[in-house]
Design a protein around this ligand. Structure first.
Ligand code: SAM
Length: 301
């Protein structure tokens, strides 16, 4: 009898698995150890996070425990939680992510917010260059029913994920997907009201002090911008964008910490943009540079 009670006391209940995992993650320096443990265990058990609390004494099955062990090992090997779960929330919507896509970041919501505010509720045609998981394109289309959005990326694998996210959020009909190196696949006479991009802008993955979660797991092409300042991709986009942006149209670019001044300078010197402005994110970092295409761009004179 006593033995039976001892077995039950030692059982790997939901509560005990959570405690053990959070403690193990904490010691390993995993971000938000308790939350991560809860997200992974909920997925292993196929339930909502809240159900963990109502089922604290439940003993997971052998299969469920094996699944959880696999998740814990992957997280301890620095694989991001979003890749293990296969999704990440952006603008309060879940987005599928895979190793082909960057994991959408909260600071990118600053870019979405800036574009929604600049364009208002009018009908608009918008391009999202380097769409990745489609977080920006799908969010813009979902927030503005009158907008038509084109999402482009150089990576076919990313575009497939973005298409699934558009369908998942009911905007598949209003988002078009184009495989393109920057704007090369776009017709010269296609005039858009806005071009939006969170293009890669990291200078050097090895020296940028990135966490192993980013450095070893996220696609290099989604991170590295090229050139000594990491701005080569953005520079290329600015050089081409006037072909597709109508006079008065909006260009909105996400930039890394400390890059807003450089990007504003490139825009101003190009002679094709006015009203160049930097927008800060929730951490006070200048995260977005936004500008208007001049009515008569110098390049076209
Ligand atoms: C920083 S990620 C942004 C992904 C997504 N827009 C987001 O904010 O989560 C940059 C994206 O640009 C794409 N990319 C890189 N170089 C590109 C190029 N020359 N033309 C088009 N897309 C490119 C990458 O494949 C990647 O999906």
């Amino acid at each position: 009898m006593t033995e039976a009670v001892a077995v039950v006391d030692d059982a790997w209940t939901v509560g005990r698995v959570l405690l053990w995992t959070a403690e193990r993650f904490g010691r390993a320096g995993v971000d938000a150890p308790r939350l991560t443990a809860e997200l992974l265990l909920a997925r292993a058990l196929g339930c909502e996070r809240i159900a963990l609390y109502t089922g604290f004494d439940r003993v997971p099955t052998g299969d469920e425990r094996a699944t959880m062990r696999g998740f814990v090992d992957r997280r301890l090997a620095h694989e991001p939680t979003a890749y293990i779960l296969g999704e990440r929330e952006f603008w309060s919507r879940p987005f599928e992510v895979t190793r082909d896509t960057l994991i959408p970041r909260p600071e990118t919501e600053t870019l979405v917010e800036a574009v929604l505010a600049r364009l208002g509720n009018e009908r608009a045609r918008v391009i999202d260059v380097g769409t990745g998981s489609g977080a920006i394109a799908v969010t813009l289309a979902a927030e503005r029913r009158a907008w038509r959005v084109v999402a482009s990326d150089i990576e076919r694998g990313a575009l497939r994920v973005a298409m699934r996210n558009a369908a998942r959020h009911g905007v598949g009909e209003r988002v078009m997907f184009i495989e393109s190196d920057l704007l090369t696949a776009f017709r010269h006479d296609a005039l858009f009201d806005a071009v939006v991009s969170n293009a890669p802008y990291v200078i050097d993955v090895e020296t940028a002090g990135l966490a192993p979660e980013v450095r070893d797991f996220e696609p290099r092409r989604a991170l590295v911008g090229g050139g000594p300042d990491g701005l080569d991709v953005i520079r290329g986009l600015i050089a081409e964008v006037w072909r597709v942006l109508r006079p008065g149209g909006v260009l909105a670019l996400e930039v890394g910490a400390g890059q807003a001044v450089g990007v504003s300078g490139i825009l101003s010197r190009s002679g094709g943009f006015c009203d160049v402005e930097a927008v800060g994110d929730f951490a006070g970092i200048e995260r977005v540079v936004i500008a208007r295409a001049c009515a008569t761009p110098l390049r076209q004179q």
